[in-house]
Design a protein around this ligand. Structure first.
Ligand code: FES
Length: 157
């Protein structure tokens, strides 16, 4: 089973290398393709990309770490990004963040076991005068209270 998965992943990456080429500049489009298909870039895929492009695995990992749209672990269907910048902080972000963590049973940086929610902090999302604010996938929510945040999560559950 594991061997089959490895072979499938290797074949898939070989195909991407054929399509994008072996140059260093191919690294990002290859990683984006893997991310799109698997919703993250597993360890084995990172090693295979490094091997096939003949670069060090640390280089692959550092590119993944640099771009927020590339992940080494699968994320939830709903990515909750709560603004942690100063205006939202002063308007009650801490209470909202505690309520969200309590409701989902995870802390920021984690994903629920059912892969439904991932919690992340974001920097200013452009709603500074209406904070605390958060974005869930593409949608912005503002003037949050702990109760309002929990209600929003419950509507998504
Ligand atoms: S500081 Fe939170 S939206 Fe700008």
């Amino acid at each position: 089973m594991l061997v089959t998965e490895k072979n499938n992943m290797t074949e898939e990456i070989e195909e991407l290398v054929r399509r994008y080429g072996r140059e260093r500049s191919s690294l990002l489009p290859i990683l984006q393709s893997i991310q799109r298909k698997h919703k993250h870039i597993p360890d084995f895929a990172q090693q295979e990309v490094a091997r096939l492009l003949d670069i060090h695995p640390v280089e692959v990992f550092s590119v993944i770490s640099f771009y927020s749209f590339l992940n080494t672990k699968p994320k939830g269907r709903f990515i909750v990004r709560l603004c942690q910048t100063i205006s939202c902080d002063l308007q009650g972000k801490a209470a909202v963040s505690k309520a969200i963590e309590r409701e989902l049973g995870i802390t920021f940086g984690e994903t629920t076991k059912d892969n439904k929610f991932t919690l992340e902090y974001a920097n200013c999302v452009g709603m500074c005068d209406q904070g605390p604010a958060m974005i869930i996938n593409e949608r912005v929510y503002f003037k949050l209270t702990p109760e309002k945040a929990v209600q929003i999560l419950n509507e998504l559950k």
